[in-house]
Ligand binder design. Structure first.
Ligand code: ATP
Length: 284
């Protein structure tokens, strides 16, 4: 019963951004039908999270390449922030890691294993995704968090909620974890929904994380809390962040600057600023 649901929600969790997001979601469901386990795919071992992109190219249609010759190694445990103008291909590149799409050329591997050598379920089971818009079910807070790992105990759910800084919210609700969040979570604020997504990821405890940082306006206090929760979440995990704000970028071990489907620059904040290139222009 849960497996198809899990698949759909893994997809929904990734991309919904209003109507455009919904369209993408439908596209992804179609894509899903095409991406299947290779006949000789094996269940992935417990991954450390060394992610290697080798000369990766991709286009949603054959006439327009969206990623062109991307090569990059992300070490296990490293946090890499992807920045660049809108449409540069950041989201697309990271969508290839859980195999929502297949590259047209080149290859991606984790710990030396090509992505398609592993079964989809075992690969996606080791990738946590926290995106801008979280898909919530019209049920209780508990079930929404537990969705990160079906079958988690109440203690585990509470621990994950606390790490995601949901403790005060839950304590203030008369029905605590049993509170209904409303259809698609309408009773929760944007910041609270993001914290539910973070709690799910804590519960899932994956070696690899993909964060699509929120662009929506949050008040400063909330933003600081979410930032702190995300930092705690990314500790000890390979973290790939689509970053929109300088704060997050500064915390990254490395910044990768993309433009027009290509990697243009990589380095740390100060190094890139002093290079005086695209990053320096974006940051000014
Ligand atoms: P942003 O910062 O605005 O999210 P981005 O760098 O993440 O941008 P992508 O979302 O990866 O960029 O988009 C790269 C290109 O691919 C854009 O030209 C975009 O219009 C196109 N694109 C993205 N998703 C799809 C899709 N599902 N079908 C067709 N084209 C798409």
């Amino acid at each position: 019963f849960f497996r198809p649901l899990e698949k759909i929600a893994a997809v929904i969790e990734t991309y919904p951004r209003g109507i455009a997001g919904f369209r993408r979601y439908l596209e992804l469901l179609e894509t899903e039908a095409e991406i299947a386990d290779a006949p000789d795919a094996i269940p992935a071992p417990v991954l450390k999270g060394n992610v290697v992109f080798e000369d990766v190219s991709f286009g949603y249609d054959s006439t327009r390449p969206v990623l062109r010759g991307i090569s990059l190694e992300v070490k296990a445990g490293e946090t890499v922030a992807f920045v660049g103008p809108s449409g540069a291909g950041k989201t697309t590149l990271l969508a290839l890691v859980p195999r929502f799409y297949e590259p047209d050329g080149g290859r991606i591997s984790i710990d030396g294993l090509p992505l398609d050598a592993m079964t989809l379920d075992s690969l996606r089971g080791q990738i946590g995704i926290v995106s801008q818009d979280v898909f919530l079910f019209g049920t209780t807070l508990r079930e929404n968090i537990a969705y990160g790992r079906l079958g988690a105990s109440d203690d585990e759910i509470m621990a994950a909620a606390a790490k995601a800084q949901l403790g005060p919210l839950i304590a203030g609700l008369p029905e605590g974890l049993d509170t209904l969040v409303g259809e698609r979570g309408v009773m929760l604020s944007g910041g609270q929904k993001q914290r539910v997504a973070i709690a799910r990821a804590f519960l899932k405890n994956p070696p690899i994380l993909i964060l699509d940082e929120a662009t929506s306006a949050l008040d400063r206090e909330t933003e600081r809390e979410i930032q702190a929760a995300l930092e705690a979440l990314s500790a000890g995990r390979t973290t790939l962040v689509i970053a929109h704000r300088l704060g997050t970028i500064r915390n990254a071990d490395r910044i990768v600057v993309m433009e027009d489907g290509q990697l243009r620059e990589a380095g740390d904040h100060h190094g890139l600023i002093s290079q005086g290139g695209l990053y320096a222009r974006l940051a000014s």
